[in-house]
Design a protein around this ligand. Structure first.
Ligand code: SF4
Length: 628
């Protein structure tokens, strides 16, 4: 049978015995799981035993594109990396854009499953249907840029796409990321450390296979229509980047500042996207086939040297290392972004962990004796930069912070836990749940820990105009961003399945409604034109639901309970500054919303998926023993 949109092939690599094999994946698997997060979860649940050490050879590391990655529409460039996370011990998943995912498809494979540990550093080279492990001892210790340049030179092709780790991954920083093209990160949940623990420095891919399309004419039509829609209403994302959010969030009192004590930062204007555009921006990067070009490329000559090769800081980076640490120096943030890239450490976790340490320092819980003489106060630019570097190198006080905010707080003791902003061990991203309750539910209920990309954020859906993009889901009434009623839970639950679908089909959220030109119905039409499946929004949303249920089971197997579906205590206390000063979330109301969510999902009062729910999703094989 002819297949469309994908290769029907998964590559399996066992690093312990250097065995490389291919697996044919039947069409039904693509239709049921699509790829990305859902397909990764299928393999993790089937093949990974519970309770393994995330940094041991037993952990699996999966790279997965989707049934439509690498086809011509904008936005379908993303791929997932998944494993048991070393920072949470839960399901770990992170998506990245760029060209690596499409190039994997062109090389002849849709996913890679990695097991074991190499006895010395290696990198994987996949080229037009062939795969081999190559010696990487000479690359061990190299920064990201040097690693990319050396591999490209060695393989004699400048267009090779490389997903790699720097010293942060090698030294097992618990929130190390994986970088491709030096700009696109599988940022969260510490998957770079899993790669480092396996002695796997990089995966280089190249191929010239084109994906066959079921209905090329229809594909062309949809691409053309979506591009026209984008040209009619391009918005500001391309011009200003994700940091366009800094000023509006600051005005609304929800720009996380000084470790989430305040929602407004007096130097917000100095670090916003418009200031970046007018000062240090030298180019706009993009991902495969994308017209939006939202990626930043910045250059600084003094007082620091920052090279555009590492791109430029996104909103999350600017808020994490900027307002959250009380830093209003854009050039320093550009440098911090570059250091994080060179060492491959997640900018969000790095910033949230440093902000935690700054608050501990200000409160006298740690002193200069602990920090090696560094005055680790909010607003101290040099201290922030030193800490970023120390974390990347696992040196000095940075070695403790490299464990992540939860473990660092436990080791520091005293009252440090109070200032450790995390969910399930994952440091918080830069969105204030006291001003967006759906984001609060997302932080608490995401299987990967505090994740800001669990749903599009509440303020979009306060007006009829904002609802336009999600009407096909049956969400037809606006709701306040502060609402926590069952209607908000319903909205959250539907949008969560939509984003799980996007993470499985490899679609960038910025190209789809409500941010970008692709409508939900475009996604369905396009999937049909590429694959010839005659699928529907109903069937695709079931993939999102499978993702939620499989990840829930993964975490239950690892010992997580409903007690872990919570927020840091700080959010049940009043905001201390900004226009939302005094705003808090009510604990009982939040707990009730979590229980309502379980019911809507078909889970019992402890958050266990019911047998019938799993059977409805064709996941009966995943039903396991329940605690007595
Ligand atoms: S919108 Fe930005 S992040 Fe998304 S695919 Fe386009 S360039 Fe990449």
């Amino acid at each position: 049978m002819k297949i469309y949109g994908h290769n029907g092939k998964v590559l399996r690599v066992d690093l312990s015995n250097r065995a490389i094999t291919e697996e044919e994946l039947p069409e039904i698997m693509y239709r049921r799981y699509l790829g990305g997060g859902a397909l990764s979860l299928y393999y993790l649940l089937k093949e990974l035993k519970p309770s393994v050490d995330p940094l041991g050879p037993e952990n699996m590391l999966i790279f997965a594109a989707s049934a439509v990655t690498g086809t011509p529409a904008l936005g379908f460039s993303r791929f997932t990396v998944a494993a048991k996370s070393p920072i949470t011990g839960a399901f770990g998943e992170a998506e990245a854009g760029g060209w690596w995912g499409p190039e994997l498809k062109f090389s002849g494979f849709d996913a890679i499953i990695i097991k074991g540990k190499a006895n010395k550093p290696v990198y994987l080279w996949i080229h037009n249907g062939k795969a081999e492990l190559r010696e990487a001892s000479h690359l061990w210790g190299q920064l990201a840029r040097e690693t990319q340049e050396t591999i490209r030179k060695e393989l004699g092709d400048e267009k090779i796409r490389i997903a790699l780790i720097g010293p942060g991954g090698e030294k097992l920083v618990k929130f190390a990321c994986i970088l491709n093209e030096l700009k696109h990160a599988n940022g969260r949940t510490g998957l770079g450390a899993v790669m480092g623990a396996k002695n796997l420095k990089a995966i280089a891919v190249r191929g010239n296979k084109k994906m066959s399309l079921y209905d090329p004419e229809r594909v062309r039509e949809i691409v053309k229509r979506v591009l026209e829609t984008y040209k009619e209403n391009p918005g500001t994302l391309g011009e200003v980047g994700t940091a366009r959010g800094v000023m509006p969030l600051n005005a609304d009192g929800i720009l996380p500042t000084r470790n989430f004590t305040s929602g407004s930062f007096e130097k917000a204007e100095d670090i916003c996207g418009e200031t970046m555009r007018d000062t240090i921006l030298v180019g706009r990067g993009t991902c495969y086939a994308c017209a939006v070009r939202c990626k930043r490329e910045v250059k600084v000559d003094e007082p620091y040297k920052v090279d555009p090769i590492y791109g430029g800081p996104e909103y999350e980076t600017i808020a994490a290392l900027g307002s959250l640490c009380g830093i209003g120096d854009l050039k320093a943030l550009a440098l911090a972004n570059q250091i994080c890239g060179a060492y491959t450490i997640d900018t969000i976790s790095t910033g949230t962990t440093i902000a935690f340490a700054m608050e501990c320092f200000e409160k006298g819980i740690i002193t200069k004796k602990d920090t090696g003489g560094i005055e680790l106060k909010f607003g101290n630019v040099e201290a922030m930069l030193q800490m970023v570097e120390q974390i990347g190198k696992r040196e000095g006080f940075g070695n403790l912070l490299a464990e992540g905010v939860k473990i660092a707080a436990e080791k520091i003791g005293k009252d440090a836990q109070e200032f450790a902003m995390h969910v399930k061990g994952l440091p918080l991203p830069l969105h204030e749940p006291r001003g967006k309750t759906g984001v609060g539910l997302g932080y608490a209920l995401s299987p990967t820990g505090a994740d800001h990309l669990e749903i599009p954020h509440d303020p979009f859906f306060e007006s009829e105009a904002g609802l336009k993009g999600i009407l096909p889901l049956g969400i037809i009434e606006p709701l306040s961003a502060y609402d926590l009623s069952s209607r908000k839970v319903r909205m959250f639950m539907y949008l969560q399945q939509l984003y799980n679908l996007f993470n499985s089909i490899g679609l960038c959220i910025f190209t789809a409604n409500p941010f970008g030109p692709l409508s939900i119905n475009n996604v369905v039409d396009y999937t049909n034109a590429v694959t010839g499946w005659d699928t529907s929004l109903w069937e695709l949303m079931k993939v999102g639901e499978r993702h939620s249920n499989m990840s829930r089971i993964f975490n239950l197997r690892e010992g997580f309970t409903s007690k872990d579906d919570c927020l840091p205590d700080r959010f049940f206390q009043s905001l201390e500054g900004g226009t939302l000063k005094g705003k808090k979330i009510y604990f009982q109301e939040f707990q009730q919303a979590v229980k309502t969510y379980y019911q809507m999902m078909g889970w019992d009062e402890n958050g266990f998926p019911l047998k019938g729910k799993l059977e409805e999703l064709e996941l009966e094989w995943a039903y396991g023993p329940r605690p007595s």
